[in-house]
Design a protein around this ligand. Structure first.
Ligand SMILES: Nc1ncnc2c1ncn2[C@@H]1O[C@H](COP(=O)(O)OP(=O)(O)OP(=O)(O)O)[C@@H](O)[C@H]1O
Ligand SMILES: [Mg+2]
Length: 554
């Protein structure tokens, strides 16, 4: 008797469905992609229980003839590519002819569709087989209803049902689709309640407004790069508006959601040193390249997209964006009192750095305006009178910024120059660290440090004597924790940490002259408005705000 037999179609579909359809979010992604490929201008997504019990996608795309509708849920049936050559130059989001078959094999699906002036039709499928066909009246376009997902694969269903995270993923997907195609109106209805709707205005700022509100949309700037037959459009928010995860960095390649790690990194790098650690920017990047340069076929759920010359594109994005962020009209942030009439509580799921405070920016034409020093508040904040009102200077943050830029410039120029000390510098570090230094002496040597009997006898010229303890401590910490010690990031980390540790920590005596010098030096910095970790150095309270507080004006 033969032991090897061919699988039935339904069984092999069910198995391959596992690869394409892992959860309800994949279902929505595949169906919406089909609607986009069908040329829809309006796409409505409705889900119940985050899609597990019910998903419905309505579109006004081309629709299908009854013959095409019957074919659409067969495996490897597609209208999108016909030859191997087509696979190398894909212009549609779908191309494998797998999604509908995969979804239909693990759920109950209704396909309602009408093509041009053909009669509308409804096909009902169970476990991938058509169980009913009927004519229906409807408009041109398609509605796909997916019920009881994974009803015939109980193990997977059980695994799914408790998952709350699908709602977050679904919303993220909705944001991504909406931004990927500003010309299409997307709507998401969750358990019969509208979550959000975009208007299909073709305008990225309008979409941002519709998704996240005016507070974000009005702060967007944009820039364009043209290189090697590629066009890159970047829409970005200033570094002071930031979030705790990378989900608001959107990268699209030929309007396809790309989830491309290198492109995301390109954007994060541009914001480096303008933000606190573990905070991420809000930025949307559209890359248009020749379809032959795109490989969308590297992931079973088409979740990742690659392009050739990624590193070059990364280089241009980082540089251009960095240049823009630093040249951006310098802006001073004013604290807006909560009693102000305009105060609106945040209704967004974005968590900006200034969660509780509403911020409003005031343009100041120069890099830093001339200010008159008034006094010191709690040994920490310098109070100044400026042309627009009261300005508070965080002395620690300002010093950090000044020192950081000093070190970065120094390190750029002469990190490799070594000073041999005539008088060794006695390190005053934790004895446990001192006793371990010898163990790492070769690594330290590669950074220009040499020791003799717990004292530094040579070090990079760029590091001042005062900061030697900090520098050795930082390098030791990195080596000891087994962290990779790549040279340029080490220099950056050293500059950041040394500047932070050696700056005034607050509650200090500082006289009028010293604080005026501090302010002058800050205004000479390349980025005077934030410390290297992204905290603001200056905050202002405008006269208007003060008058509002005292109810002189309403
Ligand atoms: N909403 C829709 N409007 C019009 N035609 C559709 C729609 N959804 C699916 N189709 C048709 O059904 C076919 C099969 O869809 P399916 O999603 O299974 O495969 P695909 O989109 O071709 O490739 P992939 O598996 O990569 O998504 C499509 O090629 C398309 O012709
Ligand atoms: Mg598809």
């Amino acid at each position: 008797m033969n032991r090897i037999v061919e699988m039935s179609n339904s069984l092999s579909n069910m198995i391959s469905a596992g690869e394409v359809i892992e959860n309800p979010v994949n279902v929505v992604k595949e169906l919406v992609e089909n609607s986009i490929d069908a040329g829809a201008k309006t796409i409505k997504i409705s889900v119940i229980e985050n899609g597990l019990s019910f998903v419905r996608i309505d579109d006004d795309g081309s629709g299908m003839t009854i013959k095409d509708a019957r074919m659409s849920c067969k495996r490897h049936a597609t209208s999108k590519i016909f030859s191997e050559k087509d696979l190398l130059s894909i212009k549609t989001l779908g191309f494998r002819g797998e999604a509908l078959a995969a979804i239909a094999s693990v759920s109950k699906v209704d396909i309602e569709t009408k093509y041009k002036d053909n009669e509308g039709v409804r096909l009902s499928l169970e476990a991938g087989y058509i169980v009913k066909e009927q004519s229906i009246p409807r408009n041109v376009g398609t509605t796909i209803i997916v019920k009881s997902l994974f009803y015939n694969t109980p193990a997977r269903f059980k695994f799914m049902s408790s998952e709350k995270r699908h709602q977050i993923q679904l919303r993220q997907l909705f944001y991504r689709f909406s931004l990927s195609r500003p010309d299409i109106s997307f709507e998401l209805i969750e358990d019969e309640k509208q979550f959000k709707k975009t208007s299909g205005s073709k305008n990225v700022k309008v979409v941002m407004d519709e998704l996240f509100g005016q507070k974000y949309s009005e702060r967007i700037d944009s820039t364009k790069i043209e290189i090697q037959n590629s066009v890159i459009n970047i829409f970005y928010l200033p570094p002071l508006i930031n979030v705790s995860n990378k989900n608001y960095i959107f990268t699209f390649i030929n309007n396809r959601i790309s989830n491309n790690f290198i492109l995301t990194e390109a954007i994060i790098e541009a914001y480096e040193n303008l933000m606190m650690i573990k905070r991420y920017p809000i930025c949307i990047c559209y890359i248009e390249v020749d379809p032959t340069r795109v490989d969308a076929n590297i992931h079973p759920q088409k979740l990742k997209v690659k392009i050739t010359n990624e590193q070059i594109i990364k280089y241009y994005i980082t540089n251009k964006l960095k240049e823009k962020l630093t040249k951006r009209n310098q802006k001073l942030y004013t604290y807006k009192s909560e009693s102000s009439e305009n105060y609106k509580p945040q209704n967004l799921d974005l968590d900006s750095y200034f969660k509780k405070e509403e911020l409003e920016e005031k343009e100041i034409s120069q890099k830093l305006p001339n200010l008159d020093y008034l006094n010191l508040l709690s040994g920490t904040y310098g109070l100044f009178q400026g042309p627009h009102g009261l300005v508070l200077l965080d002395i620690h943050a300002a010093q950090e910024r000044i020192r950081y830029e000093y070190y970065i410039n120094k390190f750029k120029k002469d990190f490799n120059f070594i000073t041999k000390r005539i008088v060794p510098f006695d390190l005053s570090l934790d004895p446990n660290i001192l006793s371990e230094l010898d163990k790492y002496k070769e690594t330290f040597k590669s950074y220009g440090f040499e020791f003799d009997n717990f004292a530094v006898i040579s070090h990079p010229k760029a590091i001042r004597e005062k900061d030697l303890d900090y520098a050795v401590d930082i390098i030791f910490d990195r080596i000891n924790n087994g962290k990779s010690v790549d040279f340029s990031s080490l220099k950056n980390k050293l500059a950041k940490d040394v500047s932070c540790k050696s700056s005034i920590t607050g509650n200090t005596r500082i006289n009028r002259d010293e604080i005026n010098v501090l302010y002058k030096r800050l205004s000479l910095c390349e980025y005077p408005y934030q410390c290297p970790h992204g905290r603001p150095t200056l905050v202002s309270l405008s006269y208007k705000e003060i008058e509002k507080m005292f109810k002189r004006i309403i």
